[in-house]
Structure formats: structure tokens, C-alpha cells
Ligand binder design. Structure first.
Ligand code: ADP
Ligand code: MG
Length: 439
């Protein structure tokens, strides 16, 4: 923003010397800096007459001067205020769309076992040839079995090998919220429709969420039809088969069966061990084979829980300065109370580290301020205390200045799900855990 303002100031200073004062006052002075995107400088003109005149009389001079001052600039465009605003929004959205895919989840780090081999193969086929093999692709399975991971893997694959293909990942819940924000009367705004119908690949996660939500189902039905007619790829995940979702409109459920339906089952023990080892490798955690086997035996139906266990064990091991072996794994996974950990001291330690990391005080963390700069770190601190020390929600509430246990549960759930969707937050949390670990 500042850059554009500065650049435009310099340009107009130069131009002022080249043209008459009256021309300068009439044409150049009313023009304001907009912003720079890539190699283009966008300027804002108060009205169409000025734009037209500047375009025909001075554009050459402006562009030449701009290039001389900043060699990164190749072109200059003059827009009206509303055009500039629309462009700004579109650019922002297309950047957000790129960010909708989480880089962490790829095909490379998806472990293939008997439970997911089929779905892995079809997901890869769809990523390689969007809209040409299975459309829609409908993936279903229980919680924490890798559905979301596969969607992002498809998104990453497409973005890497076909950068021009427009991909969007959205949860059904986010789709609904986006729709609500963009409703005008009973109709979705044209901006909303354009956003979804211009895509080449649309991935909707946890579609069961829209069951019973009439307006959202209606709009999704139209989005689905529009994309499918244009030969665009649609990928949907759900916690069960389409015809088993209560209150899901029949016309949607029947469309979901047009393409291919693939399920993910719970992983067997070998696959669970392989997944754990993969996760440990990514997070640079070393552990003995017995420890991996122990964890994999303890958690069988949900891979997110497996990962959670690993995180907990890692924190426990570092806090006690021990290597991860079978006995550490066992100790770490029993309740903190039964462990030989000074819960109170460890809790203080977590609060100190979180507060200094975010540049706030421990009393801020325990207090009631609701500003984002304080409430987000507070929720993260609650999450970490629960994750690392397995303290009961009610005791955590007490530690945080006498808050209700529901507040803590809310914070914990919020951070857990945010970690799944935000690579930034996931890194931040794992950095914090490392800091809590080491010293
Ligand atoms: P779902 O969306 O089905 O509830 P997720 O895709 O969020 O499950 O998976 C939960 C966690 O388990 C994620 O961190 C994911 O990376 C991991 N996971 C699931 N399946 C696999 C797999 N086959 N290989 C590696 N990691 C997996
Ligand atoms: Mg999911």
C-alpha cells in the first residue's frame, strides 16, 4: 500500500516538471495511488472523464516514468474507485483460494494400507485427470481416517502439476457460512455464484453438515449442477454413505451416486504403525519400535488420536528428559495425576511460555479480555494444558482465573479443529510444544 503511494508520488513529481501546471492540476493531481499487484501499478481516478483523458493523453508518460523509477513495474492501469475495490477483492479471494489447500497433507505422506488402498488409487486418478474419470468422487468413512487429508492431497497434486486449474477446498460448514454472508433475499449473490461456479475442482468436506439445512442444500444443488454440466470435478466427503445421511435431500443423494463412491475403513495394526512412523519422521520424533507398537495397539479406530498420543508422549518425554521407549509411552498415556509430573509447576511453565511467546502477561491469559491478541493465546494455552497434562477441563478452568469448564472445552475444540485446517497454527503449536519441552 505504502509502496504504491510512494511510487505514485515520485511519478507525479517527475511528470509535474514535464507538463504545464494547469494540465497537472486538472489531470494528474486528482489521480491517487491504488496498489501494486505483480508488475502492475493500479491508480484510482475519481471519474470516467478524467480516466479517459489521462488514458489518452498521459498514459505513455506515466508508464515510462513508472518503469524508470521502479524497474519491476511493467504496466499502469487507471480504474474507478468501485472497479479498484472489486479488483482488490477478487485478487484477495484468488489468493485465499490458493491457501485453501493445506500443504501438509500430500499423497507422499499418506500411508497406504488395505483399509484405504482403493480410495487412495481413485483419489490419485482424479488428481491426475480431474473430471475425466470419476465425477463426482464421493469419499466416506469414520472420523479421523484420512478423508480431509486425501482432499488436500488432491488439491496439492493438482496445484503442483496443473497450476492453471482452479481448485477450492471448503468444508460444508464454511460453504454455508459463505452463502449466508452472500445471501440477498433468498438468492445467493452473483459474486458467491461466480466464485464457486468458475472453479475447475471443488472439494467439499463433511457434506453431512448441510443435511437438514434447506437453503444451503438448495444452493449446493445448483452449484453441483452448474459445475457438473460444465465438466468440472466435484469431490465430496461424508461420514457415511449418501443414502444413510438423514435429512439429506434425495436429489442430492442421488447425484452423489452418479460417479464413484469409495470408503475408508479403519486401519489394521501394521498400517497404524506405519502411519505413526511416518508422522514421527515428519515431526522428527525418535521412538523405539515397542513404543510405536504400544501406541498403535492402544488406539485403533481414529488416526487423529494416534497422532495426539504421539504428541503427548513427546512432550512428556522431553519434559522428563527421557527417550521415547515403551515405559515412557506407557507412563505418558496414563492420566497426569498418576504420572510423576508436578502438574502445577508444569502448568505454570506452559502459561509462562505461551504468554512470553505472544508478548502478553500470564494475568492476561488468566483474565477476561476478549481482544483477539489475548483470547487466541488464551485458547491455545488451555489447549496445551489439556493436551500435555490431561488435566480435567474444570481444573483448567480454575487455573485460568475461575472459568467455566464449558469455556475450556470450547477453547480446546476450537484449537483442535483449527490445527487441522491452519498450517500456520499447526506450526505455531508444534513450536510451542518444542519450547515447553526443551528447557
Ligand atoms: P477425517 O477427515 O477422515 O476425519 P483426517 O484426514 O483429518 O481425517 O485425518 C486425521 C489425521 O490422521 C490427519 O492428521 C491425517 O494426516 C492422518 N491420517 C489419516 N490417514 C492417514 C494415512 N493413511 N497416512 C497418514 N496419515 C493419515
Ligand atoms: Mg475431516
Amino acid at each position: 500500500m505504502i509502496e504504491a503511494v510512494k511510487l505514485w508520488n515520485n511519478i507525479s513529481n517527475v511528470i509535474q516538471k514535464d507538463i504545464t501546471n494547469i494540465s497537472f492540476q486538472t489531470f494528474i493531481f486528482p489521480i491517487q495511488a491504488g496498489f501494486i499487484d505483480g508488475s502492475c501499478l493500479y491508480l484510482e481516478s475519481p471519474n470516467e472523464v478524467t480516466s479517459n483523458l489521462v488514458n489518452s493523453k498521459y498514459m505513455g508518460l506515466i508508464t515510462k516514468t513508472a518503469r524508470e523509477i521502479d524497474s519491476n513495474i511493467k504496466s499502469v492501469q487507471i480504474l474507478l474507485p468501485n472497479e479498484l475495490e472489486n479488483l482488490r477483492n477478487t485478487l484477495k479471494e484468488s489468493k485465499e483460494e490458493k491457501n485453501s489447500v493445506n500443504k501438509k497433507y500430500t499423497f507422499e505422506n499418506f500411508v497406504v494400507g488395505n483399509n484405504n488402498r482403493f480410495v487412495y488409487t481413485v483419489a490419485l486418478a482424479v488428481a491426475e485427470q480431474p473430471a475425466e474419470v470419476y465425477n463426482p468422487l464421493f469419499i466416506y468413512g469414520g472420523v479421523g481416517l484420512g478423508k480431509t487429508h486425501l482432499l488436500h492431497a488432491i488439491g496439492n497434486f493438482v496445484q503442483e502439476f496443473k497450476p492453471d486449474v482452479k481448485v477450492k477446498y471448503v468444508t460444508a460448514e464454511a460453504f454455508m457460512n459463505d452463502l449466508i454472508k452472500n445471501l440477498q433475499g433468498k438468492e445467493a449473490s452473483s459474486a458467491f455464484r461466480n466464485r464457486y461456479r468458475n472453479l475447475d475442482v471443488l472439494m467439499i468436506d463433511d457434506i453431512q453438515f448441510i443435511a437438514g439445512k434447506q437453503a444451503t442444500q438448495e444452493e449446493f444443488f445448483h452449484t453441483f449442477n452448474a459445475l457438473h454440466e460444465l465438466g468440472k470435478q466435484i469431490i465430496i466427503t461424508c461420514d457415511r454413505q449418501p443414502n444413510e445421511v438423514e435429512h439429506l435431500e434425495a436429489r442430492l443423494s442421488s447425484r452423489f451416486q452418479w460417479g464413484l463412491i469409495a470408503d475408508i475403513q479403519s486401519p489394521d495394526i501394521e498400517t497404524r504403525i506405519a502411519i505413526l512412523k511416518k508422522k514421527a519422521e515428519i515431526a522428527k520424533i525418535e521412538a523405539s519400535d515397542e513404543a510405536f507398537t504400544y501406541i498403535a495397539e492402544k488406539f485403533h479406530s481414529n488416526i487423529r488420536e494416534l497422532e495426539g498420543a504421539l504428541t503427548k508422549i513427546r512432550a512428556f518425554a522431553s519434559m522428563n528428559k527421557r527417550k521415547i521407549d515403551l515405559s515412557v509411552a506407557k507412563e505418558a498415556l496414563v492420566d497426569a495425576k498418576a504420572k510423576d509430573v508436578d502438574v502445577e509447576a508444569s502448568c505454570d511453565r506452559i502459561l509462562n511460555i505461551v504468554s512470553s511467546h505472544y508478548g502478553i502477561t500470564v494475568s492476561d491469559l488468566k483474565g477476561v479480555k476478549r481482544s483477539r491478541g489475548v483470547s487466541e493465546p488464551r485458547q491455545i494455552a488451555m489447549y496445551l494444558v489439556r493436551e500435555i497434562l490431561s488435566m480435567p477441563f474444570a481444573s483448567i478452568g480454575k487455573t485460568f482465573g475461575g472459568k467455566d469448564h464449558t469455556t475450556v472445552i470450547h477453547a480446546y475444540n476450537k484449537v483442535s479443529s483449527a490445527v487441522q485446517n491452519s498450517p500456520r497454527l499447526a506450526t505455531e503449536i508444534s513450536d510451542l510444544i518444542k519450547m515447553i519441552d526443551i528447557n
